[in-house]
Write a protein that binds this ligand. Structure first.
Ligand code: NFS
Length: 648
């Protein structure tokens, strides 16, 4: 048997991997042992965009870069850049198509055509409407929402000009984007243009291909993703600090377990409502269960965890393992990060796998189309189906005992409020503590799990190193869930894991040293938080001036590349782990790691060792501190009570 301890640092995961192996159930962990990455594909030295190939261009001798060409004459630089750009197109398309679904539901809700949804946060509605230039005077909430919905929807199909949210960035940043001609015109247009330019025989100059990739990535971060976050907040509420529990141990043997997996928080929100319906509870009891236990998986989990405290069963590499416990009656999936292997595992048990989006079916799974028009009825039907499946359990139940308490839900608005208070909400205390050196800088650590590296290990090693060195961490996605399981999302973690400066500030305010900002589309919250720091003053005029860095130590999806690239194009130094998808071309790699820094003041780096990656980030943060003249400010100050109160 392979060594499960090399597969994950998480005890619950290790326990269930063992169970799957003993029972001969194929999971991502066993399949990864059977299939090794293709050595040519891993460095993207392969072109299959026309039928004269596929052309495989492995490295021969050093220095032969320029000689490596496909049948059509495309250089290795063109091929690698095209592959990189296509990843960004796919990533941006995924976030943005999620956003489109949210906007369409938002419009139907404003028209009163949905069941179970509402315009919940009117204050945020007004704020976002003003961002979109809507005249709100003497208009009803319904009319404002309708106008906002239509304007948001128009962002996707715009052909000219600039997408609206670009104006939310610091002015200096907007100037850089305009100067280098990368301001997105419309979200869909930028995705389509990448697909066109990377078709056989079109754009064949790697820097020019990367320029369009940059425009497309910005359309994701400052477009699709930001629209998702904002409209979700208006419909479901802005997240506020919420206690929660995380890991496979949240499943309950004596309850009907329903796991909601995927990304769009539409059906999940209604499953939360339906699961609290007394009639549903009664039905569950009638079947011999003590009730319904709803749990989240992946980014859907982040959404309902931070808005409702619904327990989270785990992150990306734990999706199949949740079913291997034998305790899951039903799992719903909508879009993105859902392994087809789920259906195979479901068939080994009594579990029903339900696809719910018209864009994603899985062979063998049951499809129940989610429609917002009768969303609550659909949610109830799904729960009833789970309840009816409860007596069909036919295997021994093995739920690991591990689960961990967390505090989640730190939106930009919440950070503002917690730091400054209701009447003087501001980032001033954060900026001041960065300027006086108690906090060295800020890092965004985000992204997936990747089975090619020890599950959760990259996230936790890197983040512990950062907070030990007084770097405040903002996290989302699977990285955030890894932090939750490792106990980093509790206020007490600052005492145990943070350096003395960061710990002083966290303890004074009562926050964890790692702040959970939500799902992957909520990386837009990190952009807005960083922008608020610039606007607060004292830390330069642009995002690239901030003592800040980004990382995705366990990335695997194309979405992660889109996210990383909009961080870079926003001026943030960004380090990825696991593997790097342009290693086939030294020129493209140098362009992304160095030259692009001259243009956007942010650049990529690749470092598979998470501890070394943390130090690359810290060195960058220290360089930025020096440029701001803050390098001498990091003397230690012991906080007395008066100083703590002043911080409050
Ligand atoms: Ni984002 Fe990766 Fe997926 Fe969420 Fe997790 S794998 S890029 S974190 S669940 S989207």
């Amino acid at each position: 048997m392979s060594d499960e301890r090399l597969k994950s640092i998480d005890e619950a995961t290790v326990e269930i991997i063992k169970k799957a192996e003993e029972e001969n159930i194929s999971t991502v962990f066993t399949r990864a042992d059977e299939i090794k990455p293709c050595p040519i594909g891993v460095e993207e030295s392969c072109c299959k965009i026309c039928a004269m190939g596929p052309c495989r261009l492995p490295r021969t001798k050093k220095g032969e870069q320029g000689l490596r060409r496909g049948v059509c004459g495309a250089t290795i630089d063109t091929i690698v850049a095209r592959n990189f750009a296509r990843k960004i197109a796919a990533g941006a398309a995924s976030h943005s198509d999620h956003a489109r679904e949210v906007v369409e539901t938002f419009i139907k809700t404003a028209r009163g055509e949905t069941q179970g949804f509402a315009i919940k946060d009117e204050v945020k509605l007004i704020e976002v409407a003003l961002d979109f230039g809507i005249d709100i005077n003497e208009k009803s909430i319904k009319d404002i929402a309708l106008e906002l919905g239509e304007k948001a929807l128009a962002q996707f199909g715009r052909q000219h000009g600039e997408i609206t949210y670009i104006k939310k960035a610091p002015l200096r940043r907007q100037e850089i984007w305009r100067k280098h001609d990368v301001v997105p015109r419309g979200i869909d247009r930028e995705v389509v243009e990448i697909m066109h330019r990377t078709h056989m025989g079109v754009d064949q100059e790697y820097t020019h291909i990367i320029q369009q990739a940059t425009r497309c990535a910005l359309a994701d971060g400052w477009g699709g993703s930001m629209i998702s976050t904002d409209l979700q907040d208006i419909m479901f509420g802005i997240p506020v600090p919420t206690p929660g529990t995380i890991n496979l141990g949240v499943l309950k043997e004596d309850h009907v377990n329903v796991v909601v997996h995927g990304h769009e928080p539409l059906l999940p929100e209604l499953l939360v409502v339906a699961s609290r319906d007394p009639e549903i509870k009664r039905l569950a009891e009638k079947m011999g269960a003590r009730g319904i236990n709803l749990a989240g998986m992946c980014c859907s989990a982040n959404e309902i965890l931070m808005r409702h405290g619904i327990p989270c069963a785990g992150n990306f590499l734990q999706q199949e393992l949740a079913l291997v416990t034998g305790a899951v009656e039903l799992m719903t999936v909508d879009v993105q990060c859902e392994m087809q292997g789920l259906q195979h595992v479901a068939e080994c048990f009594h579990t029903k796998l339900i696809t719910t989006s018209d864009r994603a079916k899985i062979a063998g799974a049951t499809h129940i189309q989610f429609r917002p028009e009768n969303g609550l009825d659909i949610a109830k039907d799904i729960l009833k189906m789970a309840i009816e499946n409860y007596p069909n359990r036919r295997h021994a139940i093995n739920i690991p005992s591990h689960s961990q308490d967390t505090v989640v839900g730190f939106s930009h608005e919440t950070i503002n409020y917690i730091l400054g208070g209701l009447f003087r909400a501001s980032y001033r205390p954060l900026n001041d503590n960065i300027m006086n050196g108690r906090i060295r800088g800020v890092a965004g650590v985000v992204g997936c799990n990747n089975v090619r590296t020890t599950h959760d290990s990259g996230h936790i090693t890197l983040i512990k190193e950062l907070i030990k060195n007084d770097v405040l961490v903002l996290t989302t996605g699977c990285a955030a869930m890894a932090c939750g399981k490792a106990g980093l999302l509790t206020p007490e973690a600052s005492h145990t894991f943070a350096g003395s400066g960061l710990a002083e500030v966290c303890e004074a305010i009562g926050i964890p040293p790692v702040l959970h900002l939500g799902s992957c589309v909520d990386n837009s919250r990190i952009l807005i938080a960083a922008t608020a720091m610039v606007k607060e003053g004292g830390l330069g005029n642009d995002l690239s001036d901030l003592p800040a860095a980004g990382a995705a130590p366990e990335w695997m999806s194309e979405k992660a590349i889109a996210i990383g690239h909009y961080f870079v194009a926003s001026g943030i130094f960004t380090v990825f782990g696991t593997t790097w998808p342009t290693l086939g071309s030294d020129r493209v790699t140098k362009y992304l790691f160095e030259d692009i820094g001259e243009i956007y003041k942010g650049m990529w780096a690749y470092e598979a060792d998470p501890e070394k990656a943390a130090h690359l980030m810290i060195e960058h943060i220290d360089r930025k501190r020096k440029a701001l003249g803050l390098d001498k400010a990091r003397e230690r100050v012991l906080f007395d009570m008066a100083m703590r109160r002043a911080l409050d």
